[in-house]
Design a protein around this ligand. Structure first.
Ligand SMILES: [Zn+2]
Length: 136
């Protein structure tokens, strides 16, 4: 039947348009993320890569806040940019620019550049310590 054919064609066209719209939205999100370092960072933070980094970093920092050196629970720890995104957008995802801190300490710090963290050690030292702490 003619009409059935037309309905089927319209249905297929509609499906194609929906697929295309979904693809376009994904592309737009990716482009926006590239243009916005804060957004790019948030995407990374919520990815499994970001979550794994947080676990490793928490261990590297002896479960302590990089600003006040008191204990911080991993679920409470905020990822702080040592050199703030606002002034150094290129360092938004530079891992050696990131540290874990208390939310309150992060607020107190604001957008100033943190003094050199005591956790900024050589990679070799960090790997060594990481290995020792995996048992805990
Ligand atoms: Zn703190």
């Amino acid at each position: 039947m003619e009409e059935e054919n037309l309905a089927e064609k319209l249905f297929k066209l509609n499906s194609s348009i929906n697929e295309w719209l979904t693809d376009t939205r994904v592309l737009v999100d990716q482009i926006k993320a590239r243009q916005d370092p804060r957004r790019q960072f948030n995407l990374w933070r919520n990815s499994s890569e970001g979550k794994n980094w947080k676990r490793r970093q928490h261990s590297k920092q002896d479960r302590k806040c990089a600003l006040c050196a008191d204990y911080v629970h991993i679920s409470r720890a905020h990822i702080d940019h040592i050199k703030p995104i606002a002034k150094y957008p290129d360092l938004a995802l530079a891992l050696d620019n990131l540290q874990l801190v208390h939310p309150q300490c992060n607020l107190t710090k604001g957008t100033t550049t943190a003094p050199a963290s005591k956790f900024q050690e050589s990679d070799r030292t960090l790997e060594h310590r990481d290995g020792n702490e995996r048992r805990n």
